[in-house]
Design a protein around this ligand. Structure first.
Ligand code: RP5
Length: 162
């Protein structure tokens, strides 16, 4: 089994500008990850292979982002027991509400942990993945605690005129 425990997958190259927010967080926390374009509709065989091999390859969390008819996170969750964190990518036509509903409403038995629409959701997916891995990794837990403390410390107490 390799060192990479997190897979960041997305339905299209066009999702990367959103999904890189998850990657940036994992970089900051020194968590190794892999990135792949895996489309439920355009590359279904790639989706199947990725899901089938996820446990054997040592993946412990999959962050899956997609937009529109966003079936990737749910289909991945149906193919592997590795926890899937879903990121609804913001769309032009329906602002990502389509993506959100597509990912959120999973039938009982095959959960997807669904984040907020867009960049904040992708960043939070990175943090959620790190939090899961930190349960069994004290060094990562320390880095995550520091990251959270730094964020809190950066928030001013009093608002200013901008
Ligand atoms: C989905 O369709 C992708 O996840 C992407 O968000 C959306 C649009 O894809 P492109 O047409 O930009 O490749 O499958």
């Amino acid at each position: 089994m390799g060192d990479v425990k997190v897979g960041i997958i997305m339905g299209s190259q066009s999702d990367w500008s959103t999904m890189r927010q998850a990657a940036d967080i994992l970089d900051a926390l020194e968590v190794p990850y892999e990135t792949r374009i895996v489309s439920a509709h355009r590359t279904p065989d790639r989706l199947w292979d990725y899901g089938k091999s996820a446990v054997g390859r040592g993946l412990q969390v999959i962050v899956a982002g997609a937009g529109g008819a966003a079936h990737l996170p749910g289909m991945m969750a149906s193919k592997t027991r590795v926890p899937v964190i879903g990121v609804p990518v913001q769309t032009r036509a329906l602002s990502g509400v389509d993506s959100l509903y597509s990912i959120l409403q999973m039938p009982k038995g095959f959960p997807v942990a669904t984040m907020a629409i867009g960049a904040a959701g992708a960043a939070n997916a990175g943090l959620m993945a790190a939090g899961i891995l930190a349960l069994n990794d004290p060094a990562l837990a320390g880095r995550l605690d520091r990251w959270r403390a730094d964020l809190s410390a950066s928030i001013p107490e009093v608002p200013v005129d901008e």
